[in-house]
Structures are given as C-alpha cells and as structure tokens.
Write a protein that binds this ligand. Structure first.
Ligand SMILES: C[S@@+](CC[C@H](N)C(=O)[O-])C[C@H]1O[C@@H](n2cnc3c(N)ncnc32)[C@H](O)[C@@H]1O
Length: 389
C-alpha cells in the first residue's frame, strides 16, 4: 500500500510504543456523582493516551479531535505553527494510540482544514486501514467569504474512520428531522396513517422482472423510463397498491410514487454535507464561548456545540465513552456531559483549568429536545499526569 514519507518517519512510527507508561493522579472531583469515571486530564496527550491504554484499550466509542491545524498562527492559548514534518511527527504516534483506545464499534472524527487534511488521510489509511475509512464530512464553517483571501475557504474536513467498518456499517444513528423537514410531509389523501412524502417508484438499471406495465386508476399506462426499471417486482407493487401505499397523483393518472409516512421516518441517513444552518459555524462558536467567559477571556478556535452534538448523536448512545485529546476550551466534554455520555478530555494548556473546568461546572444535562433538564451535574475528575521517577 502506498504510504506517506517524511524525514523523521522511522522514528515517529516507533514513538507510541517507546513512550513510557506514566501514572495519572486524580487531583479533585467535581459535580454531584462521586462514582464518576469522567475525566479532565491536564497534560500532554501522548503521555495521557499511553497512561489510559491499560484501562481503556478498546473501550472508547467515539473520538473527536480538533488538533492544531498548522495554520502558522500563534493563538493566545496555543501555537499553531509547527513545521510540516513536525506536525506529522506529532500526530502519527497519537493516532496509533487513539486507534488502540477505540472500541470495535467505535468511530474517530478528525477535524482539520486544507493545511494538513490530505496528508492526514494517507496516514489514517495506513493506521486504521483503507477499508475502515467512512467519510470525509464537509463542515461549512463560515457564513460568507473572507474578503482578504484569494479563494476563501468555506469548510473544514472531518475525516471519519471506524475501528471496523463492517461493525458500524448499518449501526449509526439517523439524524432527527427538523421542523422544515417535517413540514414536507403532507396528507393530500387524508390517509389515516398520517402525513407522508412520496418518492419515485423506479430504480437504476435493467432487471427483466421489474419492467412490467403499470396502469393507473385513471387508465394511463406507464413503462419504466429509459435506463431504469420499477423499484420492485410486480407482486410487491400490487401489494403496495392494495395497502394504499402508492400515489398516482390527485387525479389518479400520474406516474406511480411510493408513500413514506412520517410515523415510520427514523430520521435522515447522515451524509457528508454539514451546512452551517444545521450544525453551526465559527461565529456561533465564538458567541458561545464569549457568553461563557466574556469576550476578553475567550478562546480563539472553539467549535460550535451543535457540531459536536451531531457527531455524538450519530456515533454514540447515553453512557458511551467519548474522548477528545485536544480539548481546547472543552466543547466536546461539555456537550458529552449535556448529552449524558461519559467523557475523557485531555488538554495540555493552562486553559484545561481556566476554561474547561469552569465550562463543565456551568454545563447541565440536555433533555431529548436539546433543552435543559435538571437532573444534576453528573461529575468528573481533574487528573494530572505524574512525572516519571
Ligand atoms: C484547535 S484547539 C481545540 C479546540 C476545541 N475543539 C474547542 O472547541 O475549543 C487545539 C487544542 O489542542 C491543544 N493541544 C495541542 N497539542 C496538544 C498536546 N500534545 N496535548 C494536549 N493538548 C494539545 C492546544 O493547546 C489547543 O487547546
């Protein structure tokens, strides 16, 4: 398999196994659940991930990371200007440890921009296996172009890999329909099963037993259009007609369409386009963080809570463990906390204590509709990594 090469590759591929096991020390517990396993770890994530390995290997259901993008910027709370080789060298061993922590039914979501996303795809193909690549989600992070740019970037890449694609293939959660999507369901024939939307009753290709003639109630005859066949066998079609699940239009003479009821809708299959109306954008994230800490004390590069909510919704259920090893201002931990997921957040900057900790203290759990539900704060440990010797 083709692999990516850089100056220090040989050293870097040995780094995760050579990193010493260090101990994690619980400093303080917070919240109202003294039995909690939730953790906020203050320290370098290479040490922290290695220290977690003996206890959490194969147990993490969802990993979301938003590492420094290598934009050559110096942000107030952290530097984002590693040389390209240094960035790859930093990430390779961490990806290996993250893979080992992920459960068989787990997903990792890696949020990057064009600076490093394409190099990272090749590294992740090597570490997770090409067959475990799930998707490159395009998150529309801006609302308008940056006038100073040559071609302004509108999106980030979120590379998604499974530990084992076959295990998750049919097991991800659907995205709940929003008001606008629900409003598309109508009931023009007063069907007692409630509102529905119709979809085309054809499929691509030529299947000899799906090429039959259909006669509508008004007497019009239809054959499948060029290059397509009907969606099912004639016996299945007749059954659908008998159950009033085929729609021939108000006058009963249109091409057949199949009725899909709102009551059966399990939500939308996630796809790779995540627009900013649905999952938020950079300015929304800034507003959230300013509201928490005040504009003077905010964090430079937060992610919107709605983005993380979508990721956790698709890939976890309450009680699963979520890990973010580049925690920043604590968005992933706060959202996991609100959604009743367990979490481990790792951050090496001082903002682990100045931002993540107070943010968790302000977080309460969400109800199913995303509204606040007062069932207590849950709890978490503040953990430090002990030096060796
Ligand atoms: C882009 S920010 C993450 C922002 C976060 N998603 C949020 O919503 O606030 C990247 C973070 O990774 C942290 N970081 C960088 N290298 C790290 C390392 N080796 N160990 C732990 N944290 C690290 C930085 O201090 C920074 O806070």
């Amino acid at each position: 398999m083709p692999t990516l090469h850089w100056l220090t590759r040989d050293k870097d591929i040995a780094a995760s196994s050579l990193a010493p096991y260090r101990l994690l020390e619980a400093v303080e517990t917070y919240g109202d659940d003294p039995e909690t396993q939730n953790m906020l770890i203050h320290g370098d994530n290479l040490d922290a991930l290695k220290a977690l390995l003996p206890f959490y290997a194969g147990k993490i259901k969802c990993i979301y990371i938003d590492p420094p993008y290598n934009t050559q910027s110096a942000f107030e709370h952290y530097d984002d200007n590693l040389e390209h080789t240094e960035w790859l060298s930093m990430m390779y061993p961490r990806f290996e440890l993250l893979r080992d922590l992920l459960s068989e039914s787990g997903l990792i979501w890696v949020n990057l921009d064009d600076n490093e996303a394409h190099y990272t795809k090749i590294i992740l193909d090597e570490i997770f296996g090409r067959k475990n690549f799930v998707a490159n989600v395009i998150w529309q992070k801006r609302t308008s172009p940056d006038a100073r740019a040559t071609i302004s970037d509108a999106h980030d890449h979120i590379l998604v890999y499974a530990k084992d694609f076959e295990t998750i293939r049919a097991n991800l959660n659907k995205i709940e329909l929003d008001e606008a999507q629900r409003a598309k369901y109508k009931n023009p024939d007063n069907d007692r099963r409630g509102p529905w939307v119709s979809t085309d009753f054809t499929a691509q290709g030529y299947r000899p037993n799906q090429m039959y003639k259909i006669t509508t109630p008004g007497g019009t005859e239809y054959h499948p259009p060029e290059g397509r066949c009907w969606a099912n066998l004639e016996s299945v079609f007749n059954n659908l007609v008998a159950n009033n699940k085929i729609w021939f239009g108000k006058k009963g003479n249109s091409r057949p369409r199949i009725k899909n009821f709102l009551s059966d809708a399990q939500g939308l299959t996630p796809w790779t386009w995540w627009g900013n109306q649905d999952v938020g954008h950079n300015q929304e994230a800034k507003k959230e963080i300013n509201k928490l800490f005040g504009a003077g004390n905010a964090f430079d590069t937060p992610k919107p809570e709605r983005l993380i909510k979508r990721i956790l919704h698709v890939s976890t259920t309450p009680g699963d463990i979520v890990l973010d090893s580049f925690l920043g201002s604590g968005t992933t931990a706060a959202v996991a906390h609100k959604m009743d997921r367990n979490y481990i957040g790792i951050e090496m900057g001082e903002h682990a204590e100045t931002h993540c900790l107070p943010r968790l203290k302000k977080s309460d759990r969400w109800g199913t509709g995303g509204n606040l539900r007062s069932t207590g704060m849950g709890g978490w440990w503040l953990i430090q990594i002990l030096p060796i010797g």
